[in-house]
Ligand binder design. Structure first.
Ligand code: PRX
Length: 653
């Protein structure tokens, strides 16, 4: 468990409190702690009434028979028998108001090109693409994989799938062809949407070529749609007659009106694969009605959206943050969204700050790992630009260390912008524990208090409530996952078997005397590297596929910039020499098999790995070795000399 006592000590010595800025407070949706507490109390006491009121702010073709059905728990059903369409709520709903001609999406390419789509234009684009998908035979319920860079067509693809009731499964464009193949085969996607390439740090990522390799082993894939990102000529790629279709051609001769499917509230909206504690990624299922209501309401309150805001979330749509807080939540709220294709340090380290200045961004939502990199690059970069348009900052994805929080507050927020440190997961669909910017006094490093309707507890190992222990969510909520695709047993086992009727998110947490939550990181074998969730078991099984590797154990240790990084302990097959070149080859092996973002920081060769008498690798001791700590209890080891030798060797290196 990464919630070691030292860390608890550190977070608890953080006792600075930042009250909301008065100007901000005056205009906020929720502007006093009294209002928060009153509404929170109501949202818990009349939980279903609360969610019903929220749902009534959106459009439904047919309303629900009941708000919640718990009969098949833990597969809860929300807004039972209601019919709606989330693309209708993101687009059509705004066409009868002034929002119609407002910018929905302002996009900037890495090389500087810009595109702006109003709500009306986005509506027509989505409708056309929805018709194109239908033309290729995609029907309600079919799975569509999406492997695109951060270009408008990525958002358009999600909305077009949602419009016709196809289930999208976005695969982050940093994944390898093998990772694509695993995911496509698991959900039996019929179609993949990709592009000839995308820009990243001045280079072109050859996405279509990567998809070609992946699709070679996927009989289920009947069509590939290719967005042309190259200007003038496309980036070099092969178009296979009959299977591959240029995006711009197939949207050319279709109508720009496509009636939205009337989806059942519990029809699947999307699948998103995430890492767990076994080697196989989990296809997290989100359905339509509950996810829609939850992302709508959390966006409204957490980002305190106003019609004139320019909202920028720097996540990639390939992860849940982009689904919920670039596409669905902000569009349902009629916001203007800024979207950026490339790297934050291209062409120089001032790129993001320049974009904030150029687009007068008011809300900026990013990850602690990025903030630590900005800090390292130096104040001179943000100080070169006018950041006075900013009024609200946010963070997500990992615990933020108080030092980074204070820097973000002072250098980017100029001491006036609240920071919402939002705790949530792929599985929760939306933000669960968070400050509300107009009322919550902030403590650097704490995600503070539960959102409306959310009940959270910290539980000790024996199951009783405690100040430090494991986080639990004790009430169902509309945005919750509904299962793991094709493996409901794993769903029940992973999330609902630890305590009766309580959701287990896998995070350690601490609650202070004000009831504030301090999230301490994962307690399972999932490592959070630069905000990306990586299962150590996944890497271990890839390592042993290498012909020279006999056995491996992967652990996460603290890293100054990335929060955590991966270390692979490898034992090689007989007769193979350990060399620096082989260590590099093994790192690249992971890069090739999973994706570069998952490459371990360090490879440590060891003839044996420390094991218990029953043969279980003791990762806790490997963490001690790699972090340079004194070894913990070694009494259960089959052979204690293994870890002692390893420690000596590690310290000598
Ligand atoms: O450990 C928690 C951490 O990220 C995990 C969820 O990862 P993922 O499903 O990829 O979603 C990330 C974006 C929502 C959590 O189990 N985490 C997320 N937000 C925070 C956090 N840890 C501390 N503070 C946060 N604000």
């Amino acid at each position: 468990m990464s919630s070691d006592p030292k860390k608890i000590e550190t977070v608890l010595t953080e006792n600075r409190i930042f009250k909301p800025d008065e100007e901000f407070q005056k205009k906020a949706h929720i502007s006093s702690m009294r209002d928060y507490q009153e509404l929170y109390k109501k949202s818990i006491e009349d939980n279903l009434g609360f969610w019903e009121t929220a749902a009534n702010e959106l459009h439904w073709f047919r309303k629900w028979d009941s708000v919640l059905n718990e009969e098949s728990a833990p597969v809860y059903k929300w807004f039972v028998n209601a019919k709606t369409n989330i693309s209708y709520n993101c687009l059509d709903r705004h066409l009868n108001s002034a929002t119609k001609n407002k910018a929905a999406l302002i996009w900037e390419g890495e090389l500087g090109g810009q595109r702006t789509l109003t709500y009306n234009q986005l509506f027509h684009e989505v409708n056309r693409f929805a018709n194109a998908l239908k033309k290729l035979g995609i029907q309600r319920g079919d799975r569509v994989a999406v492997y695109l860079p951060m270009i408008p067509e990525l958002a358009i693809s999600l909305l077009a799938c949602a419009r016709i009731g196809a289930v999208h499964s976005v695969i982050f464009a940093g994944f390898s062809s093998e990772s694509i193949r695993d995911r496509v085969l698991d959900c039996e996607a019929k179609l993949i949407i990709t592009s000839d390439g995308g820009w990243r740090k001045g280079n072109v990522l050859p996405l279509k070529n990567i998809v070609d390799e992946a699709v070679a082993g996927c009989a289920c894939v009947k069509h590939v749609i290719v967005v042309k990102r190259g200007q003038g000529d496309p980036f070099p790629c092969h178009i296979k007659e009959g299977r591959d279709h240029w995006y711009h051609r197939i949207i050319d001769d279709v109508s720009s009106r496509c009636e939205p499917e009337q989806m059942d509230s519990e029809d699947m909206l999307f699948l998103l694969y995430t890492s767990g504690t076994t080697g196989k990624p989990k296809g997290i299922i989100h359905t339509t009605g509950g996810y829609m209501v939850y992302t709508y309401l959390t966006t409204k309150y957490v980002f305190d959206l106003k019609p004139e805001d320019v909202y920028w979330c720097t996540a990639d749509i390939g992860w849940i943050t982009g689904h919920s807080y670039i596409v669905y939540g902000p569009l349902m709220n009629g916001a203007t969204i800024l979207m950026y294709e490339g790297a934050p340090n291209w062409p120089d380290k001032g790129r993001l700050w320049k974009m904030i200045q150029d687009h007068s961004v008011t809300i900026f939502y990013t990850a602690p790992t990025a903030i630590r990199a900005f800090m390292k690059w130096g104040d001179k970069w943000p100080n070169k630009y006018d950041l006075s348009s900013l009024r609200l900052l946010g963070t997500v994805g990992e615990p933020i260390n108080p030092e980074a929080w204070i820097w973000y507050h002072r250098i980017i927020g100029k001491d006036k912008c609240p920071i919402v440190d939002t705790w949530w997961q792929t599985e929760t669909g939306g933000i669960m524990i968070t400050p509300l910017p107009g009322c919550t006094p902030l403590k650097p490093g704490s995600a503070t208090l539960p959102f409306f309707g959310i009940e959270a507890e910290v539980i000790s190992d024996d199951g009783s409530q405690a100040d430090a222990g494991i986080l639990a969510i004790t009430k169902p909520w509309p945005g919750m996952l509904r299962g793991i695709y094709g493996d409901m047993q794993r769903y029940k086992q992973t999330y609902w078997s630890k305590w009766p009727n309580k959701y287990f998110p896998g995070d350690g947490a601490k609650k202070d005397s004000d009831g504030y939550f301090w999230i301490l990181g994962r307690i399972d074998d999932v490592v959070n590297v630069a905000g990306h969730r990586i299962g150590t078991a996944e890497l271990e099984s890839v390592f042993v596929e290498h012909h020279m590797v006999a056995e491996s154990a992967v652990i996460g240790i603290e890293h100054e910039l990335k929060g955590q990084c991966l270390v692979g302990f490898i034992s090689l097959k007989e007769g193979i020499d350990t060399t620096d070149d082989l260590a590099q080859e093994l790192k690249e092996w992971i890069g090739k098999k999973i994706g570069r973002f998952a490459m371990p920081e360090k490879i440590i060769f060891s003839p044996d790995l420390p094991k218990t008498r029953s043969g279980k690798i003791m990762r806790r001791l490997l963490r001690d070795v790699a972090s340079g700590r004194t070894l913990g209890n070694i009494s259960t080891l089959a052979d204690a000399s293994v870890v002692e030798r390893l420690k000596v060797k590690y310290e000598e290196d």
